[in-house]
Every structure is written in C-alpha cells, then in structure tokens.
Design a protein around this ligand. Structure first.
Ligand SMILES: *Cc1c(COP(=O)(O)O)cnc(C)c1O
Ligand SMILES: [Zn+2]
Length: 557
C-alpha cells in the first residue's frame, strides 16, 4: 500500500490515518469516512504493473486499505468471469448483456470481496474477533475467511434467513446468533454487542474496508469490457459499460462500484461511471419508493414483505442519499420487481444460459428485462449485471444441535440510535456468560498458535492470550494469571521446561494449570522433569481430539 493512504471525512473533508477500531472523524465525529490514495502516483505506476499480475482482487492492492496482499488468507476471490448472455440478449434484442459471475467466488457471492479485504485488514491490525449482522451471504463469506485467518466471528442473522444459510455459517465455526426481528433490528443488536465488548463490527457502508473491497468490481468490469469491446478511442484506455445493474439491499455494491469509477476517472483510466439500475424486491423497496417520489431521503420499510431475505434491508439510511446524488449526476434508475417475476427470471437464466442463481440475483435479471421492455435501457447499450450470488445448502444432519443461539427482542425496543434498553442489555448478556475463561497459548510457531486458537474458539468462548517464546510466557502468566496455559515444550532459548520450573517456583503462578505439548517423544530425563508439574502432556497433532477438549473443560471447571 502506498504510504499516502489516508481516510477522508465525507462531511468535513478532514484527513486522518486509518484505525479499524476507531473510525470516526476526529474533527467532526462523522462516521462517514472514505479512503484517499495517491492517485497521481498510481496513474503512472499501475498501468506498468497490472499486465503481469494475476486477475484476482489483489491485482489492485495499492487501491485497497491494506499494506500488502495476504496470500495465506486468499481463496481466489475476485477475478470472476464476465459472461456474455447471448440468448437472453437475442430474446431482448440486446447484443451486449453481460453477467459478472460473482457466484464463482469462494463462498458463491460477491460478499467474498468484502470479507477477504476486511479480514486482511483485521489481520494487519492484530484483531482476533469480529461481529457482523447479515441477511445471510455476508456472514457466510466472513465465516469462511475468519476460519481461514483464525478469527472468531459472531454472526447475527435475522430469523428470516433460510436455515440452510445459517448452517453454512455454522459449519465454519462461527457463532450464529438468530435475532427474532427484522434485519434492521438485528443490525442494532449486533452493534450493541460489538460496542459492549469493543469488537470490530462490519458497519456496512460506514466500514471503509467494506466499501473499498467492492471497488474491485468496477476495476475488473472495466478491464474485462475493454478486452471484449476494445478501448473506447476517447483517449481513455478503459471502457465503461453503459449500465451496471444490481439487486440491492443495503446497496453497498453500487456504492463501492461508484467509488471505484471515481478513482478510475481520477487516474485518467475512464471518462465516466456507468449509469446504474438498482433493483429492489417489491416487498422491501424503500429506495425505489423515495426515488419515484424524487426524494433525497428514504422512508424505512418497517416490515419487509419479501420471500427474498437477502434483500430485506428496510432502512438504507444515508447510502440512499449518496446513491440518489450519484444517479442524478451520472444517470440511472431505481426500480422494483415482484418475487414472482424474480422466480420467473431464475428459470429463464438457468434454462437459456445455464446459470442457476439465487433469487436475489434473479431480481437484477428481471430488472433488466423490465427496463429493456420499458425502453429505459436501449438496445445498443452495454449492460453488465452483477451476478451476485448462489449458495449451496449445508445439510442439517451434518451439524449437532447447538450451533445457534437466539436473542428475543423486548417488545418495547426503540428503533434507530436510541440508547439500548435494559431489555436488550439483558438479552445480550444471556449470549455471553460474564465469566469467560482465559487461556494462554505458548508456542514459537505462529501457525500452531493460530490452529490452537481456532480449535478453542470453536469449542466455546474464551479470552485467549498468546506468547511466542518462554520469556514472554512467564511475563504473561505473572501479569494476566490465565486460567490455563497450553505450553509448547520445544522452543529456542527459554524452553517449555524452564517456563514450567519458573512458574512452579513462583507463588503467584504456582497453581495455574498447564497442558504441555510436544512434537517429539520425550527422553526419560525430560519425563522426570515434568512429573507432577503439569496437568497433562499431549503430542502435537492431538489437538483436534475430543479428549483435549474434555480435558480443557474439566480443567476450567
Ligand atoms: C448482498 C447481496 C445483494 C445486495 O447487495 P448490496 O449491494 O449490499 O445491496 C444482492 N444479492 C446477493 C446475492 C447478495 O449477497
Ligand atoms: Zn469530519
């Protein structure tokens, strides 16, 4: 990342460095910060380096809020194909309809972009837990990337999310919390939970990594359209499609795509952003209602009435206003589609083009069909549909019974940003017992520590500290007095044996239970040194056995 990366306040223009846990503008308190890079420098350096890079999301890493790509977390996100919808095009007499196949992301939706970038940001910041509220796909994407990165995820989902999707979140080891309320209420509960515990929360459009990640869609689409249709011949190297079409819920996708095009424009790569068609499900279309009445603010839909849970954001908040302004400047339209029309479009796309999509994506396809018929989209125009997603269900018998916890909201819970009532506080407290056991992991190998952390996190809720050598381990034990230490015996310099002897000789640390871990068989002399000093000796690789888990539970009482 260029050192010039800063965040810039949308309200007062103040610039400050980026800190994931504290993202408000330090000058005016606004939560609306955007990224700012050194566009002049990138305008000359990017064209030189791009041709030799793989076609994936990290191709544009200088324009992402990370210092460096994280190949160990990556699962091949981004770089999805741009498919020509030839038959649908013939039906509509539109030669240039394309489908950006975001189903081909690792968890089958474009939310993988958001998760990959955000998790990379958290890794760089050394954070190990996060919270998200979701209508399904965001949580699935985060659950997968969090698992890969050894980060604990608390996923708050509305009870409207299909149970197959909830199970998909759970299989990755995330804690699923089902909130008996709408998505907007679920977001509020998650926000309160994150605030109480000072955890990173994905706040949608107010989270900088989230919006930044979605820019990569704009970059990829322009490169791909240029490759297909040639440079526009206007002096700008990259082509912009005439239309970007997406089914929207919170409308993060379009917001990010706009940001991406603004940057491409600043760097002199494109002349303009595309027109946008934002399509909502008729049962939850607050943006469309406001748009049709030409209002700059949207009235929230209190009770969404759609079968398509993915699109059930009732309150788009400021994102609507930002998009309203963008569409008024650059052209575009907001429209809605009935669930029935969406299901019909699902069949058409699958049978004509071989593409099975989830209903939310079909909403966008149905939107294109409608807008072409109405003459809003003209036959010669180049249309790109964000083929946002397709999710495979995880069968119910694969998981045990205890993968979900529920929160019931008190009836009187106020909306918006009012302070939480006692009722909500009590509901959240039941999610997490106050007494969280504290476990210290000591190992000189970072991957080994991550593995153990992950195993423990999937077991239940723990506060986890880590030490990378014996000296740190002794200091940690004295300062934090953990309830249990998992100790690697073979470490350079102060090894596990010395750590044990030091802790046992010190009255303040004498009673901390220790599970020692060894990669090799011990000599009789080593066994003698351990005798009576530790609670248990384990071979490395034994971590995943139920025995270890039972042992830990027993030691923690
Ligand atoms: C998240 C999602 C949407 C809505 O995206 P936003 O840009 O956040 O409104 C649409 N379709 C699918 C499949 C999604 O996962
Ligand atoms: Zn400000």
């Amino acid at each position: 990342m260029p050192t010039e990366f800063m965040t810039e306040c949308l309200d007062c223009g103040h610039r400050q460095p980026f800190a994931p846990l504290n993202t408000r503008c330090e000058k005016c308190g606004s939560e609306w910060m955007r990224a700012h890079y050194d566009y002049d420098a990138l305008a000359t350096t990017l064209p030189a380096v791009l041709p030799s890079r793989p076609f994936d999301l990290w191709r544009y890493h200088e324009l992402l809020p990370v210092k460096a790509p994280r190949p160990e977390i990556s699962m091949g996100e981004g770089g999805t194909p741009l498919l020509h919808l030839k038959r649908l095009g013939m039906m509509l007499k539109m030669p240039h309809i394309y489908f950006k196949d975001e189903r081909q992301n690792p968890t089958s939706s474009f939310k993988d972009r958001q998760a990959a970038v955000t998790i990379a940001v958290l890794k760089e910041a050394g954070l190990t837990e996060m919270v998200v509220a979701s209508t399904g796909n965001v949580a699935i994407a985060y659950a997968a990337y969090a698992a890969r990165a050894g980060i604990k995820l608390w996923a708050f989902v509305t009870s409207l999310v299909p149970s197959e999707k909830m199970r998909e979140i759970a299989i990755y080891g995330a804690q699923v919390i089902k909130v008996g309320g709408t998505y907007d209420e679920t977001k509020r509960v998650a926000a309160e939970f994150a605030r109480q515990r000072n955890l990173y929360l994905d706040k949608g459009a107010r989270s900088l990594p989230t919006v930044e990640a979605m820019k990569t869609l704009a970059f990829e689409i322009s490169e791909q359209i240029t490759e297909r249709l040639g440079a526009p011949g206007t002096g700008f190297p990259w082509r912009t499609p005439d239309w970007f079409v997406q089914a929207v819920s919170g409308a993060l996708g379009p917001l990010g795509v706009y940001r991406g095009y603004e940057e491409l424009h600043k760097m002199g790569f494109v002349t303009r952003p595309p027109k946008m068609a934002l399509v909502q499900s008729a049962g939850c279309a607050p943006m469309v209602h406001a748009w049709q009445q030409n209002r700059r603010e949207a009235e929230p839909v209190r009770l969404p009435r759609t079968h398509i849970a993915t699109l059930a954001t009732g309150d788009p908040g400021r994102v609507y206003t930002l998009l309203y302004d963008a569409l008024k400047t650059h052209g575009g339209v907001m429209t809605d589609i009935s669930d029935e029309d969406a299901f019909r479009a699902m069949h058409i796309l699958a049978k004509m083009e071989g593409l099975s999509v989830e209903p939310a994506t079909a909403v966008a396809v149905a939107g294109v069909i409608q807008l072409v018929r109405e003459g809003v989209i003209r036959p010669s125009e180049v249309v790109v549909i964000n083929g946002t997603g397709h999710t495979m269900p995880i069968e119910s018998h694969i998981l045990g019974k205890r993968w979900v916890r529920s929160v019931t909201l008190p009836q009187t819970e106020p909306r918006q940003d009012a302070p939480p009532t006692e009722g909500l506080k009590a509901a959240l407290d039941t999610l997490v017992s106050r007494e969280v056991p504290h476990i210290a992991i000591v190992d000189d190998h970072e991957p080994a520590r991550i593995l153990l952390r992950r195993v423990l996190q999937s077991l239940g809720e723990f506060t986890i500290s880590e030490a990378g050598n014996g000296t740190e381990a002794i200091a940690l034990a004295r300062e934090e007095h953990p309830d249990l230490i998992l100790l690697d015996l073979m470490m350079p310099e102060t090894d596990g044996f010395q750590v044990i002897e030091t802790l046992r000789a010190d009255a303040t640390t004498r009673d901390i239970p220790i599970i020692a871990v060894t990669a090799k068989a011990l000599t009789p002399e080593e066994k003698r040194r351990l005798s009576g000093q530790i609670e248990k000796l384990l071979q490395k690789g034994e971590f995943l056995t139920d025995e270890l888990l039972d042992e830990i539970r027993a030691l923690l009482g």
